[in-house]
Write a protein that binds this ligand. Structure first.
Ligand SMILES: Cc1cc2nc3c(=O)[nH]c(=O)nc-3n(C[C@H](O)[C@H](O)[C@H](O)COP(=O)(O)OP(=O)(O)OC[C@H]3O[C@@H](n4cnc5c(N)ncnc54)[C@H](O)[C@@H]3O)c2cc1C
Length: 374
């Protein structure tokens, strides 16, 4: 069977779904192709934090816009996505990081973010149960927050269904060719023809790029996570402990605590296996930060991928192949960046020009500078 569309989106994570939504709203007839189920890659494995505390005007601007889009989703979709602004508290336990926070806060404030540097005492007044031993300062933005990824993806899916857009689920792309249009062959034998194609396949994007001769600097890493039993709300903001043996966790609206840490050294590859070391170590690190968590039970652990780039910022651009677009390398921030990044990308795909400056995410950049708030 061969089907023709205005565009095809490969990968139904937050990036593919949000971009498909905006393309569809702009009137494009499109197909979304997904090798498993919607969100089954990294998106439904994330812990759903949303922050504006980045280091460059571009990333900060995208995140301000994403926060605004998350806040409109309930009205847009007709049901809540549990968007909740209880902040992010980033903690510096050394002077070097404190200085990084100070200079980032200057940039963030210029961009209109409601952020301040707190003393350990002030941090404790935000999170009374916080152990501030060794803490030098904390960067706090009360407008950062969280949302429920399942609801966000359902919102995009419902909107695409309303316009009767086609989904090919549990049907991996097995071949990609560039003739007059792109020809996308799926595992079940379907061939999709489209003049524009987006590769939004998260950690698998580099593999798909290879089918078109692209060598994309994308490096998947395993990241593990836990969720605890529900407890009365006691934490508030996402606590981000940047020490080498630090961690980050926040409490969901319903009382569950979700958390992760970034392993040193990193664990390369597309992997979703969990480790005993992580669950033991995560518990220790959380209790060090909030000792009252000692008696709280961990319910479940899982793992997924961060897709990294050499400089810690995403790639969102047209590739060297005309009309073949790439949006990947979210470096652990794809859920939060997704709505706004995808909105601008969809505009670019429809109109052929950017409506914002996304040089920082271009595919041909030098990749030498580094996002300091990973
Ligand atoms: C433990 C953990 C915690 C995280 N916490 C946060 C957080 O708090 N905040 C935040 O913003 N981000 C967080 N992230 C990162 C976030 O999950 C990702 O950046 C984001 O989900 C990336 O979305 P995506 O659409 O690019 O990729 P994905 O969600 O991985 O989607 C790509 C899709 O492409 C499909 N695909 C792949 N190959 C093919 C093929 N050949 N044919 C068809 N389909 C294909 C996959 O099945 C997949 O569904 C976290 C990630 C992890 C693992």
């Amino acid at each position: 069977m061969k089907r023709t569309y205005d565009a095809a989106v490969i990968g139904a994570g937050i990036i593919g779904m949000a971009t498909a939504y905006y393309l569809s709203e702009a009137g494009m007839d499109l197909a979304v192709v997904e090798k498993e189920s919607i969100g089954s890659g990294s998106t439904l494995r994330c812990i759903a934090g949303i922050r504006q505390q980045f280091s460059t005007p571009t990333s900060i601007g995208v995140m301000k816009e994403s926060v605004s889009l998350f806040s409109q989703m309930e009205e847009e979709f007709g049901f809540p996505v549990d968007f909740y602004q209880d902040g992010y508290l980033l903690m510096a336990h050394n002077q070097k990081l404190e200085e990084v926070f100070k200079s980032n806060i200057e940039v963030q404030k210029k961009e209109g973010v409601n952020v301040s540097l707190l003393s350990p005492q002030e941090a404790q007044s935000v999170v009374p149960k916080l152990n501030t031993q060794g803490l030098r300062a904390a960067a706090y933005c009360p407008d950062d927050g969280q949302a429920y990824p399942f609801a966000v993806l359902k919102g995009y899916k419902d909107k695409l269904d309303e316009k009767k857009r086609d989904f090919y689920l549990h049907n991996p792309v097995v071949n990609l060719q560039n003739k007059k249009n792109f020809l996308i062959s799926l595992q079940d034998g379907t061939v999709i023809e489209a003049p524009k194609v987006l590769l939004s396949a998260g950690p698998w994007t580099a593999e798909l790029g290879k089918m078109m001769g692209l060598d994309l600097p994308l490096y998947p890493e395993r990241h593990e996570a836990i969720v605890t039993e529900r407890i009365p709300r006691m934490i508030g903001p996402m606590l981000v402990d940047y020490r080498k043996d630090g961690c980050y966790f926040h409490q969901f609206l319903d009382g569950h605590i979700l958390g992760c840490y970034s392993p040193h050294p990193n664990v390369p590859g597309i992997r979703k296996d969990s480790s005993l070391e992580f669950i033991k170590e995560m518990g220790r690190r959380m209790v060090r930060l909030v000792p009252e968590l000692e008696k709280v039970h961990i319910l479940r652990q899982w793992a997924g991928c961060y897709t990294m780039t050499p400089d810690g910022s995403p790639i969102v651009d047209q590739s060297a192949v005309d009309n073949l677009y790439v949006a990947s390398g979210m470096c652990g921030h794809g859920f939060m960046l997704g709505p706004a990044l995808s909105k601008h990308l969809a505009h670019f795909m429809v109109e052929g020009e950017w409506d914002t400056d996304f040089q920082e995410f271009s595919i041909n950049r030098s990749f030498e500078s580094k996002e300091s708030l990973k």
